[in-house]
Design a binder for this molecule. Structure first.
Ligand code: FAD
Length: 393
């Protein structure tokens, strides 16, 4: 198991959470204490359901939500030009708007709950690493502006960057400390940390959740375990794949060398930013190690990590640095690149919300809010319909 820069930093500044007693029953149990699970509980409570508990096998923010880069990006991992072709212009626009709304929901939650997570609407720089990518970004820039989303061309890249051939800037994007955000959002929510669910049993119209060391009954269960979902329910094998991402952080540099924006390159495989304390946080290069970077093992890939150091030196022109920490995290990729949300075909009291394909901080708040509205108010959401699990039945 590895710990991220954010998790190490967070432990020194937030008080440890006390484990809750596990009640014998509750109205809604949410399995998984990452952004999706915590945000779902947050909106369920906001809409009036108080008897909600989040069951988390380790600690809140243990998974990808505490180990990611903290980028708040509009759109999905593919360039907008590909979304327009793949999903059609109407859905490409709808998804862009959804991710921008998701960003607004994060900003709203930070303000409403006074969450200290170094949030900033910093903008993002999308860098082309090849002629093919350059062409996609030129098309993306044109299509974004055509569809009413402001994006700016980059005439001149900072001289320290090398191996990039232009790109574009998207001013509405942002960044935060993802672990601090999820922990902050979980304040006031009943959470049982250290509860690993191993089986969900149908009992009439409700569900019994059997965990290692405890069990409880609930009227409904929501599984928000992202890449780990196939371990809990075999239906998701072949639909959601555990994919690993490697990251590292340097000790603080003497000054800021990257500016305030976050950087996304090589079709999102490579990404980097500088923290408020001037640490460089960099991840990616998974495309060089596709065979190794799959599975549930959250471990360090030494050759890839060494490549990250070289990348920092050669591509970002940073040669005087010391590594503070290296880590990896687990993403949940789906076969069509979209999240999977909906009631299980074999147990309608259990709803899955997972498969965020490396972009959960761009989508999970909207999914959580719409799911809470659907459960408590019967409201339909075109976004949830688009992500419906029923597309695989
Ligand atoms: C290296 C890396 C970089 C990334 N960078 C970004 C980024 O910059 N921006 C962005 O938008 N997205 C990014 N992502 C993706 C993003 O982190 C995820 O999409 C998002 O965090 C998913 O949240 P989640 O709550 O669905 O899953 P998770 O955060 O993985 O939470 C799932 C939780 O379920 C728990 N769990 C699993 N099984 C059980 C069980 N049986 N019982 C109880 N609990 C269980 C796990 O311990 C975990 O805490 C990145 C991911 C990685 C790995």
């Amino acid at each position: 198991m590895t710990r991220s820069f954010w998790q190490i930093k967070g432990e020194t500044r937030s008080a440890p959470r006390a484990d809750s007693e596990i009640p014998a029953k509750c109205d809604i149990a949410v399995i998984g204490g990452g952004l999706t699970g915590i945000a779902t509980a947050y909106y369920l409570r906001m809409l009036g359901c108080q008897d909600v508990i989040v069951l988390e096998k380790d600690f809140v923010g243990f998974g990808a939500s505490g180990k990611n880069a903290g980028f708040l990006l509009a759109g999905l991992s593919e360039p907008y030009s590909r979304l327009v072709v793949g999903m059609g212009p109407e859905w490409a626009i709808r998804l862009m708007k959804t991710t921008l709304e998701n960003h607004d929901l994060i900003a709203e939650a930070i303000a409403a709950n006074k969450i200290k997570c170094d949030y900033e609407r910093s903008g993002s720089v999308h860098l082309a690493s090849s002629d093919v990518e350059r062409k996609e970004y030129d098309d993306t820039l044109e299509l974004l502006n055509r569809d009413g989303f402001r994006a700016d061309p980059i005439d001149k890249l900072p001289s320290r960057l090398s191996g990039f051939s232009g790109g574009y800037y998207f001013p509405q994007d942002g960044k935060l400390d993802p672990f601090a955000f999820v922990r902050g959002l979980s304040n006031g929510i009943q959470v049982a940390e250290g509860f690993e669910a191993v089986e969900l049993r149908k009992t009439g119209v409700s569900v019994e959740i059997i965990g290692k060391g405890g069990r409880l009954k609930s009227e409904m269960a929501i599984i928000a375990t992202n890449g780990y979902l196939p371990l809990l329910d075999g239906f998701f094998e072949g639909l959601i794949f555990p994919v690993r991402g490697q990251m590292m952080a340097t000790f603080p540099l003497a000054k800021n060398v990257l500016g305030k924006a976050v950087f996304y390159a090589n079709f999102g495989y490579d990404y980097f930013r500088q923290s408020v304390g001037n640490n460089i946080i960099i991840g990616g290069l998974r495309n060089r190690y596709l065979k190794e970077e799959i599975g549930f093992d959250d471990a360090i890939n030494n050759p890839l990590q060494s490549d990250l150091s070289t990348y920092l030196n050669e591509r970002l022109g940073v040669n005087d640095f010391r590594i503070m920490t290296r880590w990896s995290g687990l993403m949940g990729d789906t076969i069509d690149g979209l999240p999977i949300v909906g009631a299980l075909p074999h147990n309608s009291s259990v709803i899955a919300a997972a498969g965020f394909n490396g972009h959960g901080f761009g989508l999970a708040m909207v999914v959580a809010r719409d799911l809470a509205k659907a459960i408590l108010k019967g409201e339909r959401s075109d976004v949830l319909d688009r992500f419906s699990l029923r597309r695989f039945l």
